[in-house]
Design a protein around this ligand. Structure first.
Ligand code: BG6
Length: 477
């Protein structure tokens, strides 16, 4: 009998295949181990809804998927898929419960010792995000989050603490998850307590500047502690297409992208680009930027650029069309694309466009640290009698996106790796639902909080294991 050899693309040796998570969406144990509250603990309806006064029982993130207690079992499942890398965030408020203390919380540090030891045991490379929408709540309430310059010092102290503790074993660090989302969701993204509608543009852009300076300070700390550490920025990538060929639509699409690219420009080139300074001038915003800030930014640029990619969008000035749904940064829907149930338009080619564009613009290694499909899954009984999910829709989505990563690699782009979002089902960032699932592993928990928290392998679990083992050869172009 003859079998057809796999024909898909081959990814480079050493490519970091894996998955990605955030502490606030998986750990739970929100008040254990000396942890303080974070902004997530007062966002029961997700990051795009208004905050409440304190933790409330319906907030699914308080328990998450109980990774805090089940991390060993979870990491074993990731190892079974052959993961080379696992992206996790450190919950800042586990280490500095209020954010402004002088001394860290040893119990919090010890928890990540255990998690990192477990990853090492399985030969999985950690990719650590320092701040993934988890600013300590006290910093939001007492300082109005990143609008206050003092947060630079608090963040640098936190970064130095964890870099010194783990930096010799952890090579890849990301400073702020989707840093550009600050301009759209300042409370979740930057702990800015003043509601967006009441926030001045000056304060909003000042918060952005403070985060950029803090990112540079963390990069400096990392390189001082161990020159082998590689620090990346993390951008929410949304390619914008002009809705029509009208030149002003082309300009509108470019302007929409520049809002995101500006963050990368500062991280990679160490200074604000001219188009961004012009936009501040036109808004009448004069930023408070010190000589020391300028020096820090210029001297501490990133080693690589990481980004999330879920969707593209369109821009137009020529038609009166409503914005569509989207991953924090939305745009006008593209009439040629389908969308997920949550309205995120599915566009694998857009991923190649981002990779090509970022590589041509910055010439830095790139890392796709989030990509995936949020979908409702139905548990069925598999042929082995175990519960499973026949998630061919997720396999199709990941296949098509990975093929585009391969195309970019063939274009000459240096791609360090791909970490699929939510390798384990986790609580949704934007809606706080469990039913918006991204995982390759099903977690038995429902939107009303019920469920056993048991883990089950989905069909995509075996599919991804084969993709990793064959270095992409089992993908279909
Ligand atoms: C990214 C975030 O924007 O999108 C993640 O970094 C998030 O935290 C992911 O979970 C998917 O978004 P959602 O809202 O579907 O969970």
């Amino acid at each position: 009998m003859t079998t057809t050899p796999p024909t898909g693309p081959r990814f480079p040796e050493g490519f970091l295949w894996g998955g990605a998570t955030a502490a606030n969406q998986i750990e739970g144990a929100y008040a254990e181990g000396g942890k303080g509250l974070s902004v997530q603990d007062v966002l029961p309806d997700g990051g795009t809804s208004p905050r409440v006064d304190g933790p409330t029982p319906e907030n699914l993130k308080l328990e998450g998927i109980d990774f805090y207690h089940r991390y060993a079992e979870d990491i074993a499942l990731l190892a079974e898929m052959g993961f080379k890398a696992f992206r996790l965030s450190i919950a800042w408020s586990r280490i500095f419960p209020d954010g402004d203390e002088a001394e860290p919380n040893e119990e919090g540090l010890a928890f990540y010792d255990r998690v990192l030891d477990e990853l090492e045991k399985h030969g999985i490379e950690p990719v650590v995000t320092l701040s993934h929408y988890e600013t300590p709540l006290h910093l939001a309430e007492a300082y109005d989050g990143w609008t206050d310059r003092r947060l630079i010092g608090f963040y640098e102290r936190y970064a130095r603490t964890v870099l010194e503790r783990y930096g010799h074993g952890v090579r890849y660090w990301l400073t702020f998850n989707e840093i550009n989302s600050l301009l759209h969701f300042p409370f979740m993204s930057g702990g800015v307590n003043t509601p967006l509608a009441e926030l001045s543009e000056k304060d909003l852009y000042q918060a952005m500047h403070h985060e950029l300076v803090a990112s540079a300070a963390a990069t400096r700390a990392a390189h001082e502690i161990d020159p082998g550490i590689r620090v990346g920025c993390m951008i929410l990538a949304v390619p914008f297409y002009p809705l029509t060929p009208e030149p002003r639509d082309v300009l509108a699409a470019r302007a929409a992208e520049q809002q995101n690219l500006a963050f990368g420009d500062v991280h990679v080139r160490g200074a604000y680009p001219g188009y961004f300074l012009r936009s501040l001038r036109e808004k009448g915003v004069a930023l408070d930027v010190t000589e020391e800030d300028r020096r820090l930014l210029a001297e501490n640029t990133v080693d690589f650029v990481s980004f999330s990619y879920y969707m593209s969008a369109c821009a137009t000035v020529t038609q009166d069309v409503a914005a569509g749904e989207g991953n924090l940064i939305g745009g006008v829907p593209n009439p040629t694309l389908e969308a997920s149930e949550w309205g995120w338009q599915i566009d694998p080619v857009g991923l190649r466009l981002v990779l090509d564009q970022y590589w041509e613009r910055w010439g830095k290694p790139l890392f796709v640290v989030e990509n995936g499909l949020g979908a409702r899954d139905v548990l069925v009984t598999g042929t082995d009698g175990e519960p499973t999910v026949e998630d061919d829709y997720r396999i199709g989505y990941m296949n098509d996106h990975l093929v585009q990563v391969a195309e970019a690699i063939e274009d000459g782009v240096e791609v360090l790796g791909y970490t699929a979002w939510g390798c384990l089902d986790e609580v949704s960032m934007s809606t706080s639902q469990m039913s918006k699932r991204y995982g390759l592993v099903y977690v038995d928990r429902n939107d009303d909080g019920s469920g056993t928290l048991a883990r089950y392998r989905k069909k995509s679990f075996g599919w991804y294991r084969d993709v990793i083992a064959s270095r992409g050869a089992t993908l279909s172009r």
